[in-house]
Design a protein around this ligand. Structure first.
Ligand SMILES: Nc1ncnc2c1ncn2[C@@H]1O[C@H](COP(=O)(O)OP(=O)(O)OP(=O)(O)O)[C@@H](O)[C@H]1O
Ligand SMILES: [Mg+2]
Length: 1078
C-alpha cells in the first residue's frame, strides 16, 4: 500500500535525460553526451519514446535482481528510470490484458548485447508470469533452450566472445491468463563455414571445445577422441582458450540443460557422436595419385581416422572411402562417375563436415521445439523475441556477412516501416498538421540485394544455374554490369568507372553502402556457398549409416527418393525465410531494443564517441527522436480514450451520450490542458508530450482512488447501517427476555416470602390452639386423677378386708406362669438345627424345669428324626434299613464294620444277566438274585482259596464256577443254621449247614469276601423273611466248623502273617485251621 502511494516518475533523479524526446537541444553531440553521461553513471538504458536504447556495459551490473523485477512489475512504462524490464513488462501486460501479440525486436551490431537482452526479456517474463509446477517446467525448458543453442550456434569472434552465428526468433506462447504454454524457435542460416575454417583470432563453435575439455575420459574414449585441441585440424589453436570462459563447466551446463529440455540420454550421446565425427573428418587427409590415363586421383593418406569415423557412425568404410574418391553425376537415367582430385576431395570432405554440422543444428532446433511446443490447442497469445546476428564488418567479408548484413537491412527496414514512416503517414491520415522529417530509408539497399530481376541475390542464383564455367569472377562481372549504376553498389570494374582509381577497393571485391556503413565483400566463395553443394555420393554414404541420427540428417541420400531437381540455393532460402519473418513481425505489436556497443575492446567503462556516433547514425536514432518530438508522443482512438478518462469530467461521467470525439473534446477542455499539448485527429487524439499523458494518468489514478473511496464509503455506510439495525433488533429481543426473566425472579421472591410469613402465622396460631387444648387436657387429667385417687381410696377402704386371704397363692401362680411363658418364648428363639446328628441343646435356665428341658430335647430330637426320615424314598429307606440291620448286628462287635459303613450295599456285583458268559447260569435261576459276587472259597482240605460265584436268592444260596458258570452247590436257606466270623478286620466267614441236610454232605463252607458285612446282613435278612427265624451270627476269633466228618477249629491269629496285609489261611491239622489276619 505504502509503495503505491509513492509517486515516482521517469523524471525523478534523472541522470541526463531518461527519454531522448526530452533532450534539449537535440543534436548528435548532445545525444551522444547524454548517452555517455548516463553510461558513466551505470544507466545503460535510455528511451526514445517507447524504444529502449541499451549500451553494452561489458560487466555485470546489479540491476537485474529479483527486487528490481518486483520494482518494475505492473508499473507504468514512464514511472521508473529506463530499463529493459519496463519494456518487457509493458509488452507482457499489453499481451495479457489487451490481447495483442507482441514482438521484441533486438537489433545492433555484433557484440552490442542483443543475445543478453533477449535473455533478460525472457527471464523477466518468466519471473512475472504465472506460477505452479507445470508452468515452472515450461519456463525452465524455455530458458534452458538458450545454453544448448548457444553451445552449438555461438562462437568466439574478434568482436564478441559469444557471438551468435545464427539468427534466432522465438515465439513464446501464453494462454489467456498470461501463463506460458510453450514456444517455437525458428533459426536462420547458421554460419557453417566456421566449422572448417575460422578467421584469425576466432574459434570454431563452442561445443567442440566444451566437449574436449569437459567430457570424462570414458566419454572421450567412447567417442574415440583425444583431449588435446591440437590433434584436430578443424580447431583453431591461436585462440582456443577464451578469457573468463570455462569450457569444461559450460559443457556440464549444456548437458544439464539438454536433460531439462527433454533430450534422452541416447539422443544427447548421438549428438556428441556427430560432433566427434565432424572433428575427425577434419583429420582426413588426401594425397595425389596419378592414374595411367592421366586423370588426377586422390587417396586417403591415413585410413585410421576414416576407420574410426566409420565405427562411430556405422558406415561401411569402403562406401565412405569411395565417396571421397568419386563423384557420380546422374542425368536422365545416365550415371557418370568421375574421380576426384586432391582439391576436390578436400572440398567434398569440408562440404560433408559443414553439412553434417548445420543439419545437426537444425535437428537440435526441431528437437527442442518438440519439447517446448504447447501441449494444448487453446487459442494462444504470442510474444516473439528476435535475436539475430548483428551487422558486422570484418576485414574479409564473405557470403555469410553479406547474408547477415542483408538481414539487418531488412530489420532496419521494418523498423522504419513501423515507426518513422508509419508515424508520419498516420499524421497525414489523421489530418494532423505536420512538417515532414527527412530520414534515410534503406529500402533502396534492400532492393539492391533482393530484387527479383536484378538484385544481387538473383544475379548470384542466375550465375549458379547458368550452364558453362561459372566462377566467382564471372559472378562479379555480372554484378559489374547489372548493378553498376546503383548508388549503393561500388566496384572497381563497374561499367561506370566511378571507382577505377579507388585503390582501397581490390579487383576481386564489391562494396555495398549499407545503412550501417560501407562493407567490402570478397567475391571468392560466393558461388560455392550459394550452391552449398554436397556430392550425392556423400549424402548417400551418410544415409547408409547405421547411426540413426546421421541417417535422418541425410534423407536425400535415400536412393529411392532421388530428386534430380537442384535444391534451392542458400541465398534464395534465406531470402524466403527472412520474408516470412518480416511478414510475421508485421502482424505483431513491435517493441524495440536498440543495442549499442560502446567500444571495440569488449571492455567496461570505455565509451568510444566515434563508434557510438556511427551506430547512432546508422540506426537512425536521431531521426527517431525528431519524429517523436515533431509529432505526438501518444495517440489513442477516441472510444478507448474516453472510456479510460471519462471519470475526470462531470459531463462525461458516468455516461457520455454523444459521439466519442465530442466527449474527448469536452473532457480535454474541462481539464484545461494547453491547446498545443494535444490535437484531434480523425479517429484519434494525439498527445504531444508524454508528461501530459502522465498527468492524465495521474489524474485518473487519483480520481479512481476517489471513486474507490466513494464506493468504499457507501459500502461501509451500508454495512454499518445493517449492522446497527441488526444490533438494535437484537437489543430489543435481549431486553424483552431480560425483563421477563427479572419479573419472574421478583415474583418468585414475593411468592416465597408470602409462604414464609403465612407459615409463621399459621404456626403461631396452631401453637396457640395447641397450648389451649393441652391446658384443657391437663385440667381434665387432673380431674380424672383426683377422681381415681378418690375412688381408689374409697374402694380400698371398703374392700381391704376381702383381699388379704388368697393374695400369696395368686401371686405365686401368676409368677410361675410368667416364668414358664418366658422360658418357652426364649426356647423358641434358641432351637438348634434340624440335623439329627446335631448335639447342641440350649442350657437349662431354671433348675425346677430340668425334667421338662430334657423331655423337650427328646421330643424335638424325635420330631426332627421323623422329619428327616420323611424325606426318604422307599428304596433309600430299604438301604438304610439294611445298613441299620448291619449296625445292629456288627457295630462294636466286628473290627471290619466301621470300614463298611461308607460303602453302599450293591448286592449284584456281578452282572449275571448281562454277561453272556453266564447265560446258562442265569437261565438256571428263576428267582430274584439278591447277591451275586465272587468270593474265595477256602478248600476244606488244605485251606487254599478258590474263586466261586456266590449267589443269594430269596430261597437259596448258590455257588457256581467262576469260569464256566456251572452251579457247584445249592443250599436252601432253611438249611443254613449259623454264620461265624472273627472279630478282626478280615473278610472270612463260615456258613454252617443243618446236619443231615442234602447240601451238608461235604460240610460247612468257609469263604472270604470283600463285602462280608453286606453279605452277612443280606443273608440274615433274607433268612428272617423266608424262614421267620433269626439266623444265628457268631462273632468269635475261634469257632468250630464241620468239614465232612471232622470238626475243625478255625483260629484267627493277629499280626502273624508272611504276606504283609493279606490274610492267609492254613490247614494245620485235622482239628485246626489257622487264619493269619493283619
Ligand atoms: N546487459 C549486459 N550486462 C552485462 N554484460 C553485457 C550486457 N549485454 C551484453 N553484455 C556483454 O557483452 C557480450 C556480448 O553480448 P551479446 O552476446 O549479447 O552480443 P550480441 O549482440 O548478441 O552479438 P552477436 O551479434 O555477435 O551475437 C556478452 O557476452 C556480455 O559479456
Ligand atoms: Mg548474439
Amino acid at each position: 500500500m505504502a509503495k503505491m502511494e509513492v509517486k515516482t516518475s521517469l523524471l525523478d533523479n534523472m541522470i541526463g535525460v531518461g527519454d531522448m524526446v526530452l533532450l534539449e537541444p537535440l543534436n548528435e553531440e548532445s545525444f551522444i553526451d547524454n548517452l555517455k553521461k548516463r553510461f558513466d553513471h551505470n544507466e545503460i538504458y535510455t528511451y526514445i519514446g517507447s524504444v529502449v536504447i541499451s549500451v553494452n556495459p561489458y560487466r555485470s551490473l546489479p540491476i537485474y535482481s529479483p527486487e528490481k523485477v518486483e520494482d518494475y512489475r505492473n508499473r507504468n512504462f514512464y514511472e521508473l528510470s529506463p530499463h529493459i524490464f519496463a519494456l518487457s513488462d509493458e509488452a507482457y501486460r499489453s499481451l495479457r490484458d489487451q490481447d495483442k501479440d507482441q514482438c521484441i525486436l533486438i537489433t545492433g551490431e555484433s557484440g552490442a548485447g542483443k543475445t543478453e537482452a533477449s535473455k533478460l526479456v525472457m527471464s523477466y517474463v518468466a519471473a512475472v508470469c504465472g506460477k505452479g509446477a507445470e508452468v515452472n517446467q515450461v519456463k525452465e525448458q524455455l530458458l534452458q533452450s538458450n545454453p544448448v543453442l548457444e553451445a552449438f550456434g555461438n562462437a568466439k569472434t574478434v568482436r564478441n566472445d559469444n557471438s551468435s552465428r545464427f539468427g534466432k526468433y522465438m515465439d513464446i506462447e501464453f494462454d489467456f491468463k498470461g501463463d506460458p504454454l510453450g514456444g517455437v524457435i525458428s533459426n536462420y542460416l547458421l554460419e557453417k563455414s566456421r566449422v572448417v575454417k575460422q578467421p584469425r583470432g576466432e574459434r570454431n563453435f563452442h561445443i567442440f571445445y566444451q566437449l574436449l575439455s569437459g567430457a570424462s575420459e570414458d566419454l572421450l574414449y567412447k567417442l574415440r577422441l583425444e583431449r588435446d585441441f591440437s590433434r584436430y585440424n578443424y580447431l583453431s589453436l591461436d585462440s582456443a582458450k577464451v578469457n573468463g570462459v570455462d569450457d569444461a563447466a559450460n559443457f556440464r551446463t549444456v548437458r544439464n540443460a539438454m536433460q531439462i529440455v527433454g533430450f534422452m540420454d541416447h539422443e544427447a550421446q548421438s549428438v556428441l557422436e556427430v560432433i566427434a565425427a565432424v572433428l575427425k573428418l577434419g583429420n582426413i587427409e588426401f594425397k595425389p595419385e596419378s592414374r595411367v590415363n592421366g586423370l588426377d586421383e586422390s587417396k586417403i593418406k591415413d585410413k585410421n581416422e576414416l576407420k574410426e569415423i566409420c565405427e562411430l557412425t556405422g558406415i561401411d568404410q569402403s562406401v565412405l572411402e569411395r565417396a571421397f574418391s568419386f563423384r557420380t553425376v546422374e542425368a536422365k537415367q545416365e550415371k557418370v562417375s568421375t574421380t576426384l582430385n586432391v582439391a576436390q576431395a578436400y572440398y567434398a570432405r569440408d562440404a560433408l563436415a559443414k553439412n553434417l554440422y548445420s543439419r545437426l543444428f537444425s535437428w537440435l532446433v526441431n528437437r527442442i521445439n518438440e519439447s517446448i511446443k504447447a501441449q494444448t490447442k487453446v487459442r494462444k497469445k504470442v510474444m516473439g523475441v528476435l535475436d539475430i546476428y548483428g551487422f558486422e564488418i570484418f576485414e574479409d567479408n564473405s557470403f555469410e556477412q553479406f547474408i547477415i548484413n542483408y538481414c539487418n537491412e531488412k530489420l532496419q527496414q521494418i523498423f522504419i516501416e513501423l515507426t518513422l514512416k508509419e508515424e508520419q503517414e498516420e499524421y497525414i491520415r489523421e489530418d494532423i498538421e505536420w512538417t515532414h522529417i527527412d530520414y534515410f530509408n534503406n529500402a533502396v539497399i534492400c532492393d539492391l540485394i533482393e530484387n527479383n530481376t536484378n538484385g544481387i541475390l538473383a544475379m548470384l542464383d542466375e550465375e549458379c544455374l547458368r550452364p558453362g564455367t561459372v566462377t566467382d569472377e564471372t559472378f562479379l562481372e555480372k554484378l559489374n554490369q547489372v548493378c553498376a549504376t546503383h548508388q549503393h553498389f561500388e566496384s572497381r570494374m563497374s561499367k561506370c568507372s566511378r571507382f577505377l582509381n579507388d585503390t582501397s577497393l581490390p579487383h576481386s571485391c564489391f562494396r555495398i553502402q549499407h545503412y550501417a556503413g560501407k562493407v567490402m565483400y570478397q567475391v571468392e566463395g560466393f558461388v560455392d556457398k550459394n550452391n552449398d553443394l554436397l556430392y550425392r555420393d556423400l549424402s548417400q554414404a551418410m544415409w547408409k549409416a547405421s547411426h540413426s541420427l546421421i541417417k535422418a540428417l541425410f534423407p536425400e541420400g535415400n536412393p529411392a527418393k532421388i530428386n534430380l531437381k537442384r535444391p534451392p540455393t542458400a541465398g534464395s532460402q534465406f531470402k524466403a525465410s527472412v520474408a516470412t519473418l518480416m511478414k510475421n513481425l508485421q502482424t505483431k505489436n513491435p517493441n524495440y531494443i536498440r543495442c549499442i556497443k560502446p567500444n571495440d575492446k569488449k571492455a567496461a567503462h570505455i565509451f568510444n564517441d566515434a563508434l557510438v556516433c556511427h551506430q547512432i547514425r546508422y540506426l537512425g536514432l536521431l531521426e527517431n527522436v525528431r519524429v517523436r518530438r515533431a509529432g505526438y508522443a501518444f495517440r489513442q482512438a477516441y472510444e478507448p480514450c474516453l472510456e479510460r478518462y471519462k471519470m475526470l469530467c462531470k459531463q462525461t461521467w458516468p455516461h457520455w451520450k454523444g459521439p466519442a470525439r465530442a466527449g474527448v473534446e469536452v473532457l480535454f477542455n474541462e481539464l484545461e490542458f494547453p491547446v498545443e499539448e494535444y490535437s484531434f485527429g480523425r479517429s484519434k487524439i494525439f498527445i504531444r508530450n508524454p508528461r501530459t499523458l502522465f498527468k492524465l494518468e495521474d489524474l485518473r489514478k487519483r480520481r479512481l482512488e476517489d471513486l474507490a473511496t466513494l464506493i468504499q464509503k457507501i459500502f461501509r455506510g451500508w454495512k454499518c447501517r445493517t449492522h446497527f439495525l441488526l444490533m438494535k433488533k437484537s437489543q430489543i429481543v435481549i431486553a424483552a427476555w431480560y425483563r421477563r426473566y427479572s419479573q419472574q425472579k421478583k415474583y418468585q421472591q414475593i411468592k416465597s416470602s408470602a409462604i414464609v410469613i403465612q407459615s409463621f402465622i399459621r404456626g403461631w396460631k396452631a401453637r396457640k390452639i395447641l397450648r389451649e387444648l393441652k391446658h384443657e387436657k391437663r385440667c381434665q387429667e387432673a380431674v380424672t386423677t383426683i377422681a381415681a385417687f378418690w375412688h381408689g381410696t374409697q374402694v380400698r377402704r371398703e374392700y381391704r378386708k376381702f383381699f388379704r386371704a388368697n393374695a400369696g397363692k395368686k401371686i405365686y401362680e401368676f409368677t410361675l406362669q410368667r416364668i414358664v411363658q418366658k422360658y418357652f418364648l426364649e426356647m423358641k428363639n434358641k432351637m438348634p438345627s434340624l440335623s439329627p446328628i446335631d448335639k447342641n441343646w440350649p442350657a437349662r435356665p431354671y433348675l425346677f424345669l430340668d425334667s421338662t428341658h430334657k423331655e423337650l430335647k427328646r421330643i424335638f430330637h424325635l420330631w426332627r428324626c421323623k422329619k428327616y426320615r420323611d424325606q426318604f424314598t422307599d428304596q433309600r429307606k430299604l438301604i438304610y434299613e439294611e445298613k441299620l440291620e448291619a449296625s445292629e448286628l456288627f457295630k462294636d462287635k466286628k473290627a471290619l464294620y466301621p470300614s463298611s459303613v461308607g460303602q453302599p450295599f450293591q448286592g449284584a456285583y456281578l452282572e449275571i444277566s448281562k454277561d453272556p458268559k453266564y447265560k446258562k447260569l442265569k437261565d438256571a435261576i428263576e428267582e430274584k438274585i439278591i447277591i451275586a459276587e465272587v468270593v474265595n472259597k477256602v478248600n476244606r482240605a488244605n485251606g487254599k482259596c478258590a474263586s466261586r460265584i456266590f449267589l443269594l436268592t430269596n430261597n437259596n444260596l448258590l455257588l457256581a464256577d467262576q469260569k464256566s458258570g456251572h452251579i457247584k452247590s445249592e443250599v436252601p436257606l432253611g438249611d443254613v443254621t449259623k454264620v461265624s466270623m472273627s472279630s478282626q478286620n478280615d473278610g472270612f466267614f463260615a456258613v454252617h449247614l443243618k446236619e443231615g441236610s442234602g447240601a451238608a454232605s461235604k460240610g460247612d463252607f468257609l469263604f472270604s469276601s470283600d463285602h462280608l458285612i453286606e453279605m452277612a446282613t443280606k443273608l440274615y435278612r433274607t433268612t428272617l423273611s423266608q424262614t421267620k427265624q433269626k439266623l444265628n451270627i457268631e462273632i468269635s476269633d475261634e469257632f468250630l466248623v464241620q468239614f465232612r466228618q471232622d470238626k475243625v477249629c478255625v483260629k484267627f491269629i493277629q499280626g502273624n502273617q508272611k504276606n504283609g496285609s493279606v490274610p492267609t489261611c492254613k490247614r494245620k491239622n485235622n482239628r485246626l485251621l489257622e487264619v493269619a489276619v493283619p
